[in-house]
Design a protein around this ligand. Structure first.
Ligand code: PAF
Length: 285
């Protein structure tokens, strides 16, 4: 497995693959890898000739009051896991390599509207940071396919839009959320949960499963279902940020005619901010 730290070498690596007519799959990460990331890698290695994983804790997507310094970093064990998973190349640059002229003064990429709702309301600059780093990685490596976890469903839609709007050739692939045995979506930030909070955390998934079951059984009062789920989370000890039934493509609040839906939820539990979602298709009326 090749380990690359500078942008020019990544460009050269991917150019050499393209010249040899090899397809390239990219798995962008912030490291501290768990089974969810390794599933993305598995998907990339299954269909692409070469898989590049990137490990970069991107300062531009953290607000001043967020956990940039505390964000768990585990490069050595990440590299071992990637090598064992059949990764061909890892790009792990320093901040200065990606933002030579400074994080705030270099060019930024933003996807309006989609970035401002839901998580974007609590984290107003977050998705601009994500879109900027992903655009830089795509421009450097020009992957044929890039893999993102659907746990971050809003991020996935934003990156799809970014690739389409900037006429990039990269096909964006969303991969189903990997869960712990009790349903909790895997996330690096689960490490912030105390033992007690970890026991409560699966209630987030249970709350959105209950909404899905109610919708599947014909319930159509979306506001009532959202309020009930938020009350369920508060009673369990969370501070809910939002629980919404949205149109699956636009993330606008769902209307009675929408068939393709996604239930989106974010809630704080102790020092952790957890998100989860479930997609569902309602039968035509
Ligand atoms: O999902 C993540 O880990 C990050 O937001 C990403 C896509 C790697 C960009 O830094």
């Amino acid at each position: 497995m090749e380990i690359i730290k500078d942008a020019e070498s990544l460009r050269r690596y991917s150019e050499s693959k393209r010249r040899a007519q090899k397809s390239l799959g990219m798995v962008p990460t912030m490291g501290n890898l768990h089974a969810g990331h390794l599933t993305l890698l598995e998907r990339a290695t299954a269909v692409c000739d070469a898989a590049i994983a990137t490990i970069f804790v991107n300062p531009l997507q953290f607000a001043a009051n967020e956990d940039l310094e505390a964000y768990p970093r585990s490069l050595d064990s990440d590299l071992k896991a990637l090598a064992a998973g059949g990764c061909d190349c890892v790009f792990a640059p320093a901040v200065a390599e990606m933002y030579g002229s400074g994080t705030q003064t270099s060019t930024q990429v933003s996807v309006p509207e989609l970035s401002q709702i839901l998580c974007g309301q609590q984290r107003p600059d977050h998705f601009r940071g994500v879109a900027t780093i992903v655009a830089k990685l795509f421009v450097l490596a020009r992957p044929d396919k890039a893999y993102f976890g659907l746990k971050d469903y809003q991020q996935y839609l934003i990156i799809k839009r970014l690739a389409a709007d900037l006429f990039l050739d990269t096909h964006i692939i969303g991969v189903e959320t990997v869960r712990e045995a009790d349903g909790l979506a895997m996330s690096s930030r689960n490490a912030y949960l105390s033992e007690r909070e970890r026991r409560i955390a699966p209630e987030l998934y249970r709350a959105i499963c209950a909404m899905r079951d109610a919708l599947d059984s014909g319930a159509r009062d979306f506001a009532l279902l959202e309020d009930r789920a938020a009350a369920h989370l508060s009673a369990a000890g969370f501070s809910p940020e939002y629980v919404r039934i949205c149109h699956a493509d636009t993330l606008a609040g769902a209307s009675g005619d929408d068939r393709q839906l996604v239930i989106m939820a974010a809630a704080r539990l102790g020092g952790a901010r957890l998100i989860d979602n479930l997609r569902l298709e309602l039968p035509a009326r």
